[in-house]
Write a protein that binds this ligand. Structure first.
Ligand SMILES: [Fe+2]
Length: 202
């Protein structure tokens, strides 16, 4: 299975792609999404769940849109109010690519438990069980030869606490907090305990 799509549809899903100044990076981000459309077991972008647990009622695409918009909104404030410099190309590309492995981490599960929304039931794949989140995004970034590939892969890898590397860059901080803020929006909507309430030192 795969998702039938094209570059224009990818650019419509993620309009911030157009704000990427480097044409090679702009096209590369779209190209990686076109690859994943071919590789996924899902047939529609809007069916791919954000995850299979507390956010199974949320879509991956909606999450990525939320993360990108939240990160850019925070970047605007940090720049205008505090004078922090943000590499917008890196920030936008990393937001749109940070969960690029997720279309492979789950697959349709017809007849599975309902999600409580329009999102159809999904199940974890062998890829989802065996490959650490973030790794495949980094692989794609290098395989496609994207500009600033090492820094971009670094941002994708460090966005998740499952990685044992952390980033000191401000772009990474914006992606990291936007990812949690958007995730918690979905968890709160589902009536579950947000990640922010779980960050307690034991
Ligand atoms: Fe995410």
């Amino acid at each position: 299975m795969a998702i039938q799509t094209n570059a224009d549809e990818i650019r419509a899903l993620f309009p911030e792609v157009a704000e990427i100044q480097d044409p090679a990076l702009r096209d590369g981000v779209v190209d990686i999404w076109l690859d994943l459309a071919q590789e996924t077991a899902w047939e529609r972008f809007e069916d791919i769940p954000k995850n299979l647990k507390e956010e199974k009622h949320m879509t991956l695409i909606g999450h990525i849109q939320g993360v990108t918009k939240m990160a850019l909104a925070m970047a605007d404030i940090a720049e205008s109010l505090h004078g922090v410099e943000v590499d917008r190309d890196l920030l936008i590309a990393s937001c749109i690519l940070h969960d690029i492995s997720k279309p492979l981490e789950s697959a349709p599960h017809p007849g599975g438990p309902p999600t409580g929304s329009e999102v159809p039931p999904g199940k974890i794949t062998e890829f989802g069980e065996k490959i650490q989140h973030g790794v495949y995004g980094a692989h794609k970034i290098w395989a496609k030869g994207l500009p600033k590939a090492t820094e971009l892969a670094h941002l994708v890898i460090t966005h998740t606490r499952t990685s044992n590397t952390r980033s000191k860059s401000y772009e990474a901080a914006l992606l990291f907090y936007a990812d949690w803020a958007d995730s918690d929006a979905g968890i709160v909507l589902g009536g579950e305990v947000p990640f922010s309430a779980k960050w307690v030192e034991k």
